[in-house]
Design a protein around this ligand. Structure first.
Ligand SMILES: [Zn+2]
Length: 283
């Protein structure tokens, strides 16, 4: 599932490639995941591509386009000239087929290339809206982003302390506390903060909460530097995960030795999600 660093990485890539370019045609092959009138997009220019939590917000010359990749969404832009593909979202070996393939549900043609929206499970969506006002219902429930000035230690402590019986893992996944943190990065944050994922908030010391808070930007910025976990090079993407997982400490490493102490990494389900942790480094 694409998390904040993956969505941010694809956003940056698409912004660079698409801003200033005109939409020539839109083909919707799976109407279920496209909300709005695709015909009206034709002729509009991409003015800006922003992000709120995991939703991409495209500003067009007349309307707005919201894109949520959800579990298995992927975006690939193939330029007419050159080999510089822009790809992001969920990596899957089914996506290495020639485009468009059976999982390509929306195809947007630009003057300089083609954007494919692929989605194995079709949980993602694309929505056309007329005004900035209509973005609100989609984003108002989200808490601050990790790099916003509102995301202070004081805010974080208060937000956690309102949920004393919740596990810290569950709280980090709660998008109303902090937007964009998902399973991979929550596990990594808790490893670096030396806190077990199933600890109840009420049991956490001030120092532990501070450590968790400090490690959130550290982990997300490191992943952004690595381009998230998405495969960057489409031709090489055989479903294998991209470069962040090479530096990940616990996520996807169950039964493998902890990089710090050598103890096998353990995993268990917390709030319906698999959490990976070191039973020795984390308390
Ligand atoms: Zn360890």
């Amino acid at each position: 599932m694409p998390e904040l660093p993956e969505v941010e990485t694809i956003r940056r890539g698409l912004k660079e490639s698409l801003v200033g370019h005109k939409i020539l045609s839109v083909e919707v092959r799976a109407p279920k995941l496209f909300i709005g009138d695709s015909e009206r997009l034709v002729g509009q220019t991409v003015l800006e591509i922003e992000r709120r939590a995991k939703i991409m917000v495209w500003k067009l010359s007349k309307q707005f386009l919201l894109i949520h990749l959800k579990m298995t969404g992927q975006l690939i832009f193939i330029p007419k000239e050159g080999k510089h593909y822009i790809v992001g979202g969920h990596p899957d070996k089914n996506y290495s087929l020639d485009l468009p393939h059976k999982h390509s549900h929306v195809i947007i043609e630009f003057d300089h290339g083609t954007l494919y929206y692929n989605d194995l499970r079709k949980f993602g969506w694309i929505k056309v809206i007329d005004s900035e006002e209509e973005i609100k219902p989609h984003v108002e429930k989200f808490g601050p982003e990790y790099d916003w000035p509102e995301f202070t230690l004081e805010y974080f402590k208060k937000a956690l302390n309102r949920r004393p019986k919740t596990t810290i893992k569950q709280a980090l996944l709660d998008q109303t506390i902090i937007a964009g943190l998902g399973n991979i990065y929550s596990d990594e944050v808790l490893f670096l903060a030396k806190v077990l994922p199933d600890r109840k908030i009420a049991s956490l010391s001030d120092k532990e909460i501070t450590e968790i808070y400090k490690n959130i930007p550290k982990v997300l910025n490191l992943s952004l530097k690595h381009g998230g976990t998405s495969a960057k090079d489409y031709r090489k993407s055989d479903g294998s995960m991209g470069t962040y997982l090479v530096v990940a400490n616990v996520y996807g490493r169950a039964k493998q030795p902890c990089k710090v102490c050598g103890t096998p990494i353990e995993s268990k389900k917390i709030a319906a999600r698999t959490s990976a942790y070191c039973p020795k480094c984390q308390n």
